[in-house]
Design a protein around this ligand. Structure first.
Ligand code: GDP
Length: 492
């Protein structure tokens, strides 16, 4: 990555923005919390559960301010940024609680302001603090974040790397069609819109296939090819990697020159403004990962996820020699890497999942040479869709999880209708975290002894009601631990 991500004028704007942000922050303390993760990692569910548990005084024993009864009230307020869509909290909670269906996932950036009125823990603090904190939750696709390294890459760098990745064994068959199409065009030939479109569509189809295939690969840029937001169908997305012309530079007017120009336009008009207007203003960040899905898919997918987390961390690394991101901009001081959906495992495996995420994060931190923020990990379920139980099988007693599989889910021959509860033995995660990162690709097929987790999607839970008929907040696993790390110190 190049040493400077932004040009001088961009940096000046970031500085002005953040100084203005700080000045207003003096009057009403606020914290900008970024929530990201690749699509379907659980961002929408996390934010909905976060807000619901605070507004409804959920059971959060590891969240100190709540546990000690110092939170007077939490409520939603108008967000400070008029140009950003609001996170549709009410719709999402309606789906989860009333209809018991999962809400619509994140497709673009959105924001929500949650204000917490609290009593400071110390008498000294009570004299000075207003006892009010506004948390601006900013939800955005992780795919967009993975674009940031592009700012330091030329079109030829980008093309070369895209091709290298496409040739990896886990991706080669999915990328074959695009690679063949690409190999058949002459980068020096005159630029032609139809060729550009065919290449862009084929490249986008390959990226989508990586994500959808049961291999559960993470992704590679450009992020808007997967999550276009409001750029759907725009010419800014009509480019694809091309191999560099064999000798010399491609002439103006050639296909290569056109693709290069569009790639640069994508960086200038899409990637940079997103970084400047949103990422550079964050104080804290949670990165959600679907580690279970990657675990199930095998070491190739785990390596891919690790690469994605490495690139995401690199985005939050204070820019070396970059005056304004070093000095003026608010710097992210805490990052939480959270594996969601731990309710698919029995609690005996929760610590194992957390240990696996710890390993993954440590490796990513080392690879990204990341410093400058506290990074913690958690295995959690923002919404807990299952209960635990045991089932006797012969002389053995097996720990099981019990939930209502979504309509259309299957276990063996059994097809679920969305109403029937069932108990499943989800399987154990390996005791040693290292095992899941080992590449067994050289070993003969089927010799990978680690059992996969039996993974069924469940419906959101039925909320319990108190004797007075008041429904309780959404159940979770370790959401309180996540909250404590992300905002706890600001409510001390
Ligand atoms: P996003 O794309 O990151 O916004 O992902 P969502 O928040 O929409 O989550 C995608 C899907 O993952 C949901 O539709 C659920 O099926 C599942 N999911 C997310 N969080 C949880 C969780 O805490 N528990 C369970 N059981 N499923 C979850």
């Amino acid at each position: 990555m190049a040493s400077s991500l932004t040009s001088f004028s961009d940096e000046a704007r970031i500085a002005l923005d953040t100084i203005a942000g700080r000045a207003t922050g003096l009057f009403s303390p606020s914290l900008r919390l970024g929530v990201t993760g690749l699509s379907r990692a659980g961002k929408t569910v996390f934010i909905s559960a976060f807000v619901h548990n605070l507004i409804h005084g959920g059971r959060l024993p590891l969240f100190q301010a709540q546990k000690s009864g110092r939170i007077a009230r939490s409520f939603l307020e108008h967000q400070p940024d008029d140009a950003v869509p609001r996170f549709q909290y009410e719709d999402h909670i309606g789906a989860l609680v009333d209809e018991r269906v999962w809400p619509d996932s994140t497709r673009a950036i959105s924001e929500l302001r949650l204000t917490i009125e609290y009593e400071t823990a110390s008498a000294w603090g009570r004299m000075f603090s207003a006892g009010k904190l506004s948390v601006d939750i900013v939800d955005y696709p992780g795919e967009w974040l993975l674009d940031l390294p592009l700012l330091g890459k030329s079109y030829d760098d980008f093309s070369r790397e895209a091709l290298e990745l496409a040739l990896l064994p886990v991706r080669a068959d999915l990328s074959q069609q695009w690679r063949e199409l690409s190999a058949a065009v002459d980068p020096k030939a005159p630029a032609d819109e139809m060729t550009a479109r065919r290449l862009a569509e084929s490249f986008a189809a390959y990226l989508k296939a990586c994500k959808e295939d049961e291999r559960a690969l993470s992704t590679l840029p450009p992020g808007r090819f997967l999550m276009p937001g409001d750029l759907e169908g725009s010419p800014a997305l009509t480019f694809a990697p091309l191999s560099a012309p064999a000798e010399g530079r491609a002439r103006p007017g050639s296909l290569h020159a056109m693709m290069e120009r569009r790639y640069e336009a994508y960086k200038t008009h899409v990637v940079k403004p997103f970084f400047r207007e949103h990422v550079a203003r964050l104080d804290r960040q949670i990165v959600l990962i679907d580690a279970l899905q990657a675990l199930n898919a095998g070491p190739g997918a785990m390596a891919d996820l690790e690469r994605a987390v490495t690139e995401i961390l690199a985005c939050f690394r204070p820019g070396r020699g970059n005056i304004l991101t070093d000095i003026f901009s608010r710097r992210i001081d805490r990052i939480l890497i959270a594996a969601t959906k731990a309710d698919h495992l029995h609690h005996e495996s929760h610590d194992r999942l957390q240990a696996i995420v710890r390993r993954l994060a440590d490796r990513a931190i080392a690879r990204a040479s990341f410093t400058g923020a506290d990074v913690d990990v958690v295995a959690m379920a923002a919404v807990r869709a299952t209960r635990e139980g045991t089932v006797k099988q012969g002389r053995e007693t097996l720990p099981v999880i019990i939930g209502t599989p979504l309509a259309g889910e299957r276990i063996g021959d059994e097809l679920f209708d969305g109403n029937m509860e069932t108990a499943i033995f989800p399987g154990d995660l390996p005791q040693k975290a290292d095992v899941v990162f080992k590449d067994f690709s050289a070993a003969p097929e089927g010799s990978l002894a680690e059992p996969a987790i039996r993974f069924v999607r469940f419906r959101p839970p039925k909320l319990e009601r108190t004797a007075e008929g008041v429904s309780l907040s959404l159940p979770h696993i370790r959401l309180d631990r996540a909250l404590q790390f992300l905002i706890g110190d600001r409510l001390a």
